[in-house]
Design a protein around this ligand. Sequence first.
Ligand SMILES: [Zn+2]
Length: 299
Amino acid sequence: MPADPSRIVTARQMLAHLGLTPADLAAQPEPARRMPTLAEYLPRVAAAASPGTRRTYGTYWNRMSADLGHLRLDEVTASDIEALMRQVTATARTRRTSRHGRHAGEHVIAAARAVYRRAIADGYLTAPDSPMERLRAASRRLGSRTLGWHDCDFCGAFKSNGEYRYYLPDGEIYAAPMMILHYVEKHGYRPPGELRDGLRAAGQPRWDWRAERLHAVLLDQSEDPDFRCQAAVDLANWNDPRALDALRRAAHDEDLADVAGDEIGRSLAAFVDRGLARDLLTEELHVMVRYGLEEASGR
Ligand SMILES: [Zn+2]
């Protein structure tokens, strides 16, 4: 939409009055939006929430404001929330039953999560700043799937199997059942600090002993096919031509492709996404590899 010329004239006159030119405005970046403290921000969250949400979380928001209100949104750590959760749990326990204690603790986590979701929506924080989003982003591929399913012991509503494996940039490896996302989201589970810190550390894993080992297992025809399948899943964590080369060779190993071709295909899809294996799509591929590739690319 073209700007109204008369308003531009007015704007120029105002600038002249202030002793400024339009170039001065362009040269000076807009001051960064000030990050509010929790005490400043919580009333806005409460005002925007539905009456039901306010009823459920109001007391926990007040508690957050009292204990952590002086901190800026980006200064509050998972440990702060955790400490608050323990205090609230302990208080509730002395008053009522242990069941109430656990509920109160879960409410603290849910109340804090509601605040941080809104802070992300309002543009104060980016999604990777939140531990939950970091965990979700790192939980890419399921390995070690079994034929059975697991129900949540707390709410029974969720069924799953398999595990996520986290290859941290510092050389550590963590594994967690797929249920970890559900436990964190619905039941206030906090993964160990080492994992949270590791996920916060920037960077891709470098080619190291872990990659060498997975590479060797994948290409060793005397290895257990299930181990080779897991290696095919995990090797995709390395954005490295050696990983791609091993996966391509594995894709042409008929016996392996018969049992693990879909996982090899999913891993190859990661390299297609990275722009490293565009020619792959035209290659003669085992039907299972093609299935995995297409399934992963179709998402
Ligand atoms: Zn559950």
